[in-house]
Ligand binder design. Structure first.
Ligand SMILES: [Zn+2]
Length: 100
């Protein structure tokens, strides 16, 4: 009875920590600080830290990467221009970076 209560309570506690961790990715505060505050000082402290922190501006950057020479291109070419000079036809792969 008591063990079940502790396990369920611990799982609910961890779910709150996980929710705050996911939410912290859109804020300027480092997610590890939110997790540490939530684990050691209850998720309420983590939530307060999130609310105090400024909201970050998420930027998505798109690049086109060649799998052979690993160069990143800003424009989408049909094939890698660098490898084309060496006689290879390598199709570029689209990559997205997210940053604050
Ligand atoms: Zn290449």
């Amino acid at each position: 009875m008591k063990i079940t209560f502790l396990v369920v309570g611990g799982l609910i506690y961890l779910v709150f920590v996980l929710i705050l961790y996911k939410a912290s990715k859109n804020f300027k505060i480092k997610p590890i600080w939110v997790v540490l505050l939530s684990v050691f000082l209850t998720p309420l402290a983590g939530l307060i830290a999130l609310l105090i922190s400024e909201k970050g501006h998420l930027i998505t950057i798109e690049r086109y990467v060649c799998d052979r020479c690993h160069l990143e291109h800003t424009e989408n070419h049909q094939t890698c221009p660098h490898c084309k000079k060496e006689g290879y036809e390598i199709t570029l792969r689209k990559v997205r970076y997210k940053s604050l």
